[in-house]
Design a protein around this ligand. Sequence first.
Ligand SMILES: NC(=O)c1ccc[n+]([C@@H]2O[C@H](COP(=O)([O-])OP(=O)(O)OC[C@H]3O[C@@H](n4cnc5c(N)ncnc54)[C@H](OP(=O)(O)O)[C@@H]3O)[C@@H](O)[C@H]2O)c1
Length: 391
Amino acid sequence: MDLVTDTMTSLGDIFSSLGSCLGDGVDGVVTLLTPDSVVQLIFILLGILLATYLTLCALYHGIRGLYTFTLPWLLSKVSKPKLKEKYGPWAVVTGSTQGIGREYALALAKQGLNVVLISRNKQELENVSNEIKDLHKVDTATIVADFSEAGDIGKIVKKVKGLNHEIGVVVNNVGMMGPGYNMLGDMDKKVVKELLTVNMLPVTMFCHAFLPDMAKRGKGAVINISSVAGLVPVPFLAVYSATQHYISAFTQAIAQEYQGSGVVIQEVDPCQVDNASNKCLISCTSMLAPSPAAYVNSAVKTIGYNNRTCGYWLHSLMMTLLLNMTPTVFSSLVIWCCSKSQYKATVSNNNNNVVANGKKSPPPPQQPPQPAAAQQQQAKPAPTPAVQEKK
Ligand SMILES: NC(=O)c1ccc[n+]([C@@H]2O[C@H](COP(=O)([O-])OP(=O)(O)OC[C@H]3O[C@@H](n4cnc5c(N)ncnc54)[C@H](OP(=O)(O)O)[C@@H]3O)[C@@H](O)[C@H]2O)c1
């Protein structure tokens, strides 16, 4: 308050002196503008500009936040969202036996959509399929498939097409984080290749296969799950972060290509989402790291309201503060510090494991730092590599 009063007083002094000197012509003004007062004036004007920019920024993002999260939430209280009627009768969800993918499958089924579920684990697929049918009385189809072989992805797409269902919603969720925070050179070559394949090829090929059909029908929704690690480069997660940047750039580009087609193309960038199967370095079930169910409950409501969202209000707020309202040099520093500390924790964890076991053990799966980057658990060993389909 004192600062505001002092600033206003200084400004008042400067302008009243300026006013009285104007009467004396240019000479009067030049006499008034001593080096000290010029510097003071510049700082005051810069302060005013910054305050105006931040206020407008806060206003813009506040309104966007209300439109993305509050409006659909309020509307869902008065009427049921009609995703099936809006987009089409069937949804496909890749990576749908656990985490975010599983919850999207359940949430879409809850709104009456039939669901094609794709993952590697046959038994888990059956479990999710039965749960969906029991809870929501819709049809399901399951496809047992592994996305880590580039050559198989075309076959998986063909399997889905072969079902001859009208696909109205595609959730490109499958993805892996790999070994966690690591130096690039310490990563296994095979894992690097797998990360690139699983994180980038399915999303591209599924969009390529289904988007044109949706555009022809003039309706549909494509939801590409990326990560906040796709919004900023995250050191020690270089490959993962780069693949998320790919998803982000790809989604934004196709959204522009298909603008006006009637198809909603949405990029969803979660921060940390807690996973039952994940053990975090930092204990994480909290408002900042919601359960997959809570996260998807929020994210699914944003379909059609915001084509680029973190999907969950607190994640959006954090990223807005970090990326839109903080100078890049500071946000980069925050991200660097978070990633570095996660990396150090991983290294010390590994060293402890080595001491405890007397031999090197693999790094534990981890979650992303808050709020620098989101990460996903390590891919489990592929239980069923073949591409099979069961309806
Ligand atoms: N959790 C987070 O904090 C977080 C943060 C930011 C972004 N994300 C993004 O959100 C997406 C989902 O993350 P999540 O944490 O929910 O993942 P998750 O719990 O690990 O689940 C991954 C799903 O994908 C399937 N899957 C994994 N690898 C596969 C492969 N090679 N072929 C076929 N299916 C495979 C898994 O099922 P099977 O094991 O049965 O195959 C599982 O159903 C990812 O794209 C991730 O990048 C997550």
